[in-house]
Design a protein around this ligand. Structure first.
Ligand SMILES: *Cc1c(COP(=O)(O)O)cnc(C)c1O
Length: 414
């Protein structure tokens, strides 16, 4: 787990901004992005399209653009965010499902790579936006692959085309005059085993060979999806980018080069592993409660970080200034939402906690703030960026009660 906490900046931020807030570290995001890019640069035409849903903030997207990443979008606002930071054309991968027509119109207008989730979307896209020259399809291997806990079993997953549909879909597109083709899949999420990603590459490379044999199409790229996990627990280790890249490179030689299918570009659309470890939710203890259990009540709640409540996910907690104190007391750490699953930690051993203590909830740099919602009148927090020069920038202010009421017109009550 990333234990490199920018403690000084957190203390500085606490003087300037009310809790709770998410703080992201630009230097660590850039360093990781460079290591990621370098490791995978051994693969032909490699490109990473950052999954915007993980951290949809334009200041973060701008940093990643500067590091050479594109974006992976699946909604109209995500497309617009990309556009606002100057990411367009084939630097955008549009991987959506159950897609509304106007999203296809925008994706086409931006010249993005359109990745279709179903065979019926060929006609839908043609009717609503017209067919581009480059089309990609999302493959669902069904019983041929096992997913993992977060994403579930592929044959129960709503995503993608079956193998039979995939072949048919390429044929249809070819007949309709599409000239360039891609292939995509995403079968795991938050996965720490490198072999999974190598296996995914193997599956797609073999499919690329079969597609070429059956219909004479030479794919331009395969997109291995996202899903590289991060160590949420202190004892867990990060994946080795090099190990994944080298495993894929070997298969590229034996399957793609040997079958004269090179050049075939390799794409990925990771979110979590790019920014996840470099964000912290900073929150203050406002209540202590002792009933059948001992509760620590903080000023953040599941609207600021939903993963523990939604998946029972572990997020490590550091108590600022008590890093060296022994974790000798067992607590549930809760938020204020009227749902009993609004707990950041259950039966967690922590140092003895007092009202006013400041807690850092780790690994909130992806799928943290982004998953927020307003149920129970809860407001989303601010986002703060620790810049490389050590300054702190408010990159999203906290929501206010006025924001919450913005879609209501109280005047009509009279
Ligand atoms: C969520 C998602 C991603 C990113 O997943 P991470 O686990 O954040 O890497 C990539 N592609 C698609 C289609 C997704 O839905």
């Amino acid at each position: 787990m990333n234990l490199n906490i920018p403690t000084k900046a957190v203390r500085e931020a606490l003087k300037k901004f009310p809790t709770p807030f998410h703080l992201y570290d630009e230097a660590q995001i850039r360093e990781n992005a460079r290591r990621f890019k370098k490791a995978f640069s051994i693969l032909p035409g490699f490109k990473e399209f950052f999954a915007v849903k993980g951290l949809p903030n334009p200041y973060i997207l701008k940093i990643l653009k500067e590091e050479g990443f594109g974006t992976d979008c699946s909604s109209l606002p995500e497309l617009i965010l990309s556009e606002k930071v100057g990411i367009r054309g084939e630097n955008i991968m549009f991987s959506s499902n159950d897609t509304p027509a106007k999203e296809y119109v925008k994706a086409k207008e931006l010249g993005s790579i359109i990745n279709l989730d179903d065979i019926s979307h060929i006609e839908f896209l043609e009717k609503n936006a017209g067919l581009p020259d480059l089309i990609s399809f999302r493959y669902n291997p069904g019983p041929a692959r096992k997913g993992n806990v977060i994403i579930g079993d592929p044959k129960e997953a709503k995503y993608g085309l079956t193998r039979k549909q995939l072949i048919e879909a390429y044929k249809i597109c070819k007949q309709k005059g599409v000239t360039r083709f891609g292939l995509h899949t995403m079968v795991v999420s938050n996965e720490l085993k490198e072999e999974y990603f190598i296996e995914t590459a193997k599956m797609l490379f073999e499919l690329a060979v079969e597609i070429n044999k059956e219909i004479g199409i030479k794919l331009e790229f395969v997109n291995l999806g996202g899903g590289i996990g991060i160590p949420y627990k202190p004892e867990e280790r990060p994946v080795s980018y090099e190990k994944i890249a080298k495993g894929i490179q070997k298969l590229y030689q034996s399957l793609i080069e040997k079958n004269n299918l090179a050049p075939l570009k390799i794409f990925m659309e990771c979110g979590r592993v790019i920014t996840g470890p470099y964000g912290w939710l900073v929150t203050k203890v406002i209540h202590m409660k002792h009933t059948y259990k001992d509760y620590v009540g903080v000023d953040a709640n599941m609207a600021n970080l939903m993963r523990p409540a939604m998946y029972g996910a572990y997020h490590h907690i550091t108590v600022l200034g008590k890093e060296d104190k022994k974790p000798i007391h067992v607590y549930d750490v809760t938020g204020s939402l009227c749902e009993n699953n609004d707990k950041f930690a259950i039966d967690r051993k922590l140092p003895v906690i007092e009202i006013g203590d400041l807690m850092l909830i780790h690994n909130t740099g992806a799928h943290g703030h982004a998953m927020g919602f307003n149920y129970n009148g809860k407001l989303r927090s601010s986002e703060i960026l620790l810049r490389e020069n050590g300054s702190l920038q408010l990159i999203r202010r906290a929501e206010t009660v006025e924001d919450y009421f913005a879609t209501l017109d109280f005047n009509k009550l009279k």
